[in-house]
Design a protein around this ligand. Structure first.
Ligand SMILES: [Zn+2]
Length: 65
């Protein structure tokens, strides 16, 4: 199996919010984050950020600009 580098890993992490990753992609991402603390942190950060953004968007839904 080809090892994924950090650039690929971070790219997949942002792509997974826009599209469904293939099983192979998810698997390589899992393997990479399990061994790479940097990408593991990045993934968690991205998740928190994503949820915060979604919450903000929901909160603004009622008020029109
Ligand atoms: Zn990495």
């Amino acid at each position: 199996m080809k090892m994924m580098n950090c650039k690929d890993a971070t790219q997949l992490m942002s792509e997974r919010y826009e599209r469904t990753l293939s099983l192979r992609e998810r698997l390589s991402l899992k393997v990479h984050t399990a061994m790479c603390a940097g990408c593991s942190n990045y993934g968690q950060h991205l998740d928190v950020l994503r949820k915060a953004t979604a919450r903000l968007r929901e909160g603004n839904m009622g008020s029109e600009r």
